[in-house]
Write a protein that binds this ligand. Sequence first.
Ligand code: IVH
Length: 717
Amino acid sequence: MKTEGYEKLKNSIRKHDYNYYVKDDPDISDHEYDELFRKLLEIEKDYPDLITQDSPSQRVGITPETGFVSYSHKKQMLSLSNVFSPDELKEFFTRIKKRIIDIDNFDILCEPKMDGAAVSLIYENGLLVKGITRGDGTTGEDVTSNIKTIKSIPQKLLPSTSINIPKYLEIRGEIYISKKDFSNLNNSAKKNEEKVFANPRNAAAGSLRQLDPAITARRPLSFIAHGYGDCEGIEIKSLNDFFNKISQLGIPTNNLNKLVNNMESCLSYYKNILKNREKIPFDIDGVVYKVNDFKLQDRIGFISRSPRWAIAHKFPAEEASTLIEDINFQIGRTGILTPVARLKPVRVAGVVVSNCTLHNIDELERLDPRVGDQVIIRRAGDVIPQIVKVNVSKREDNSQKVKIPSTCPSCGSEIIQENASDWGVHDDKKQVKIKTFGSKIEASYFIQSNPERYKLKEIINKAAFIKCSSDFTCPEILKGSLTHFVSRKAFDIDGLGQEIISTLIKLNYIKDQSDIFKLLNHKDELENLDGFGKKSIGNLLSSIKESRSVDLSKLIYSLGIPEVGEATSRNLANAFLEFDKVQYATFKDLIDLDDIGSKVAANIIKYFQDPFITSLLVRLLPELDVKPIEQLSDKDTPLKGYQIVLTGKLSKYSRDELKENLINLGAKVSSSVSKKTTIVIAGENAGTKLKKANDLGINIINEDNYANFLNEPSKYI
Ligand code: IVH
């Protein structure tokens, strides 16, 4: 029977409320909480006699605690029902249509659903007289002194030429902390060894309920209006009308709001906001659709605690809890072993996740995840999934800490560990290896000379990692390195996929990169191998032959030096012009280049010092014909000295194409906007980079004036 477990369900929701609101330490995701609540409402809908006064459904939020004076809202502060799918949204429209059969077309205001804390602001004759939290929807807490510390909330409404200051105005909205402010807030909390906040919403709600307004004043709180409370002395017909008017009176409103008039447009709004979620400066967890016209709202009415004329369309949950089924170590092309949690598959942000990286052994130590543990994972936008919390309270007694392997799972070689403080940089830009004696760090020898003592300026390794001590005799390292070597941006060899590489390794045809070129001498044997046709071998061999003539930058990139990507490879090629100059560059030569920091320089030095790499290069280089770098004259590099940033969605050119083009003309293309940026090329939906460029007064062009810019670049700076 459906009512079974009703009591248990109520208790479980109460416990989660306590963890969330009082302890500030939720142990399930918001989505799972919503699911429990939904179950409760379903049972109560079917069996209304069961409902008790103390059911979690009978209160909207939390009961005010002592410390603040209670305040009864003149009109209840309602909450919103949720939908999660277009089908459920359709039901919402059907319910509305039932109540307004005579109306065919009506406006709907679409808004982002902000993830902060709801408040009500009361202005009398233009002056802010009260700021009240939502509380349980009926009674809130008077937090006026705290609200008055929030800079975006006017203490006095702005005079407007077209609107008289109303006698009474009650505005509802969300107090929030922007993503950027939140990260600054937590960074400084970390520095001062204070407690960090779980998320911007908890930080905003907590800050609002500080008994000392001086503390609230130090928190970066902001406000955006999203609801109408009441008014006197001003005529308002709809929500949109309300937002336009209060905006003229100086109240922050949401510029992402949009008026539409059908369900399809609501869904397009939802998709668009979801797509741009990362770029929106504050956290949102969905969108809200509201019937715009006040008279229609009245006709449509309410269902207990929420209006029937509004609904929240929630985004797929970004957090979910699941079980760790196994933890093992993956070997990359550099030999580094990355711990990976194998999870019971779970859907997060619309994607099924079954693996989750644990990054490095420091992270393993910090989180202490164990097989059998219940964990909360998070996947925001395109970001790779992370374990954000291990539910230690649900851990089995016999669970075991993850054992760091002492031998490589692929080849059995010894595992070596590099500690967070193993490498550093001396004042004089020299790289040193460090020894740690307890808490004392001593830089013990200069990497390219005899042991010396140095004063350390910077530690390069920020996290500890473990590595297979072997070289290409480890099949996983060899496979990873070869896959990278033949990839499109490196030697671009067609027909050498992972599986063929594995087969050729097994058959002993390939022991390192140089052997790829030796395949050309084994045409007949290869053609006779199982699964390899004459035609495919023909294509493969001609692709290999073609690839022999290679740009210096691609050759550098193909080696897979840790953290040396395409752009760094190109910089190295342009700076040193010949391969052996890169190979024998000193730490100081490297670090003197604009775009190379101490960590990347250290990686390059370490790579070329490895005796195995030296011998590999002796075999590989004779196979290749490295194209000379053309020294371009100033005439050929009209964009020399230009630092350009690309942002937003480009439609006329592909991003790679445009980047290549700009670099060929002498420009430097960087990924972030700074004072040094000369020009920003902005496509559609450009977000924070464009804003930063505007703030710094940097010139911005779009794709349409790109051609004009190339004709006369100086005109644009
Ligand atoms: S309207 C009558 N609009 O969601 C409807 N609420 O579950 C009252 N929220 O307490 C709310 N963004 O804290 C509304 N654009 C938005 C919102 C929004 C966030 C929060 C608000 C409210 C809760 C309702």
